[in-house]
Every structure is written in C-alpha cells, then in structure tokens.
Design a protein around this ligand. Structure first.
Ligand code: MG
Length: 383
C-alpha cells in the first residue's frame, strides 16, 4: 500500500423502491429538497480522502442518475445486479478493472445523511483492521413474541449495523469472488465468513435508512427548519384596555383596532403564519368580519400554532420586541412569557419578550401607538 491509501466509494442505488410505496425508485425521491441519492454522493465526492465514487444503478437509470447529480463530479456508473450482493460485486469488479483501490467504502443510497465524521472514522479503523462498520447500541428492550411477549433477549453487545461498510479492497473483493452461500445481509458478514475481523465504530442516528413510505412522508421539498417574522402597529387611544402578550396592563391609554388590538400577539401570530407560508392574520381573521371585534387574540395565536403542528412542525423558539415609550414593559415580561407559553403549549424558556423605546422619535416616541415585531423558528418533528 502506498503511504496514502487509494480509497474508493461504492454506492448501491439499484433498488426499485417498491417497499417505499411509490412509482419512483426511492433513490430518486426528494429528501430535504434534492433526490435522495444526491445526499450521500455529495458526502463522498466532497471528502478529500475519497478518490472516486462508483454507483451501482438499475437498468435504464443512467439519465435519471445524471440529472440527480447535476453539477457534481461525474460518477462512475455500473449496472446493478438482481440482488444487492450482485450489485456490490459488479461495482467491485469495475473498480478492480479500472484504477483499483486499497480501501473501499460500500454504502446504501437509502441512508442519505452521511457525515464526513463517519467516513473519517471508517478510514481510521481500516489502518488497523480489514473491515469496519458504523453501528449503534440497542437501547430498547428486546424480546421474541408472536402477539404476546415470550423470551426476553439480552441487549448487551447487540448492535444495529449501518453503512458505509469499509474494507480493504482485496479482502472484500476476494470474499465476493468466493461467495457461494445464501444471499448475505451485508458485506461485513461476507468478510467475516472469510475469518476476517470487522471493527465497530460509533454509528450515527442521522444515518437511518429510508425504507417505508412513512419515512418519506412530508420529506419531499419540505425544509427541516422554518422561520417567520411578524410586525404590527396599533394606535394608542383613551378609554381602551391595554393588552400586550395576553396580559392586561394598567395604563391611561389602550390600543384600538382589530380584536383586542394585542399588537405583540398579532406580531407573533404573523411570525408563525409566516414560517408556515400561510399568509397573515388578516387572511385568517379578516378585520371586516364583525365576529372578531373585541375578540381575545389568544384564539388567533392558538389557531396559528395549530396549523403549524398539523404540518408536523414544533416551535423551537419565539422572540418578541415591543416598541413603545410607555408603559414600562419590564415588570410584566415574566407574566407575558408565561401566558404566551401557556397558549402555545411550550416551555417558557422557548419564549422571549423584550422591549425598547425609540428615543422619543417617531409615532412610538410621541406615544401615538405601540409597535411590535416577532420572529419564530420551527423544526419539523414528524417526517
Ligand atoms: Mg394587529
């Protein structure tokens, strides 16, 4: 072996995707905005130690693969076989027939979220062992059973094995050439059948395999994180109650306008609707509609968070700034945060309420009105 090993990656992407319940083979389905195969291909292509990436693809998938990997370094495409093992073997043969390799990392396209950290760990392990796999310990209890539980299985020393699986090229190529048994579950098993050692490195939950239709639900073009902003102004007038963030504040003036004119809660409601790209508060609760006159704004906020949750998103945090000369907001901040957290059904630590003046400048400085702005971030929890 040269001082720097020559390392190739081989991605198996020949599946028809029938288990994922969709006509499009799953490696071409969109995950976080791009075809799934693009994720792991990019990870390998961008890694400085990987000299080339081979793809074992299904018959007639060349054009689709080229399109999915547009703008990335051109892959070496190899015809996949009838089984996963055959696809891997075809890939190994293609590598051997061209430049060869010292190490090879064999990966399933169905595990899109491959980090450089995992690639590094596998390459490191191959410096002292002929094979290495990422694996995660099992934390759930394990048992056999058919409708009812029977035998409990000791989970100590049991592992969930992931890919990429990394090998000394000659060793795994030899194992494939000599294989005559039943279809193995993975390549590590084949190396072990030759009496060779396969090292375990810490796996990554993010490497989870996309298998069933439910794994994909909502993942097509759906961002993991979303954020939105909101801004609102209401006029200060005599003889009105002043409501801010769902708290009634004693003050000689109050806000006039739509509903109870809780300017801060309106800004936050708009931030949530904005994060979901669902328009604004006026679209959902038109000011022209008499039923919202004097209404408590908590129902607007409650409606917005319900729409977010229906789309699988959970609030990360929200930050509100109230802009006014008077009243003083500081003494009420904790009550405001607690009330908003209650309406949103989140922890108070997720809600921030701040206040500022405008140094007596402008309409807020003259005490003619109160303005509020808000930002809210969301994370997709159910995919
Ligand atoms: Mg408003």
């Amino acid at each position: 072996m040269a001082s720097r090993p020559r390392i190739m990656a081989l991605i198996v992407a020949a599946g028809s995707g029938s288990r994922a319940g969709n006509e499009v083979p799953k490696q071409f389905r969109f995950v976080r905005g791009v075809p799934m195969i693009r994720h792991s291909y990019s990870a390998f292509a961008a890694h400085p130690d990987i000299a080339g990436v081979y793809l074992a693809i299904g018959a007639g998938q060349e054009a689709k693969t080229t399109a999915a990997l547009a703008d990335l370094p051109t892959p070496h495409m190899v015809d996949g076989g009838a089984t996963r093992r055959e696809s891997v073997y075809n890939g190994l043969k293609a590598i051997a027939a061209s430049s060869g390799a010292d190490f090879v990392l064999i990966h399933d396209a169905a595990r899109p979220f491959l980090s450089a950290h995992i690639i590094d760990g596998l390459i490191d392990a191959l410096l002292s062992a002929p094979g290495a796999v990422p694996a995660l310990p099992i934390v759930d209890s394990l048992a056999r059973g058919d409708g009812t539980l029977s035998e409990t299985i000791e989970r100590e020393n049991l592992w969930r094995i992931q890919t990429p699986q990394a090998f000394h090229f000659d060793a795994i190529y030899h194992a494939h050439r000599n294989w005559s048994g039943e279809e193995p579950t993975d390549d590590a098993r084949m190396l072990m059948a030759e009496g060779q050692e396969v090292r375990i490195i810490p796996g990554d939950e993010a490497l989870a395999k996309f298998t069933f239709a439910s794994d994909f639900a909502g993942s097509d073009m759906t961002p993991t994180f979303r954020s939105g902003t909101g801004f609102d102004v209401h006029r200060l007038v005599p003889d009105e109650e002043l409501w801010l963030c769902g708290i009634r504040i004693p003050h000689e003036m109050g806000l006039s306008g739509h509903s109870d004119a809780d300017v801060a809660m309106h800004a936050l409601t708009d931030a949530i609707l904005g994060a979901m790209a669902l328009g604004d508060i006026g679209d959902h609760f038109p000011p022209s509609d008499a039923q919202w006159r004097g209404a408590s704004s908590d129902r607007f906020l409650g409606h917005a968070i319900k729409l977010a949750r229906e789309r699988g998103y959970e609030l990360g945090n929200a930050d509100i700034t109230i802009i006014c000369e008077a009243p003083k907001i500081g003494p009420h901040k904790d009550n405001m945060r607690a009330r908003l957290a209650e309406i949103l059904a989140v922890d108070v630590s997720q809600i921030s309420v701040k206040a500022t003046t405008t140094e007596a400048l402008g309409f807020t400085g003259r005490g003619e009105g109160i303005a509020a702005q808000a930002v809210a971030t969301f994370e997709k929890i159910s995919r």
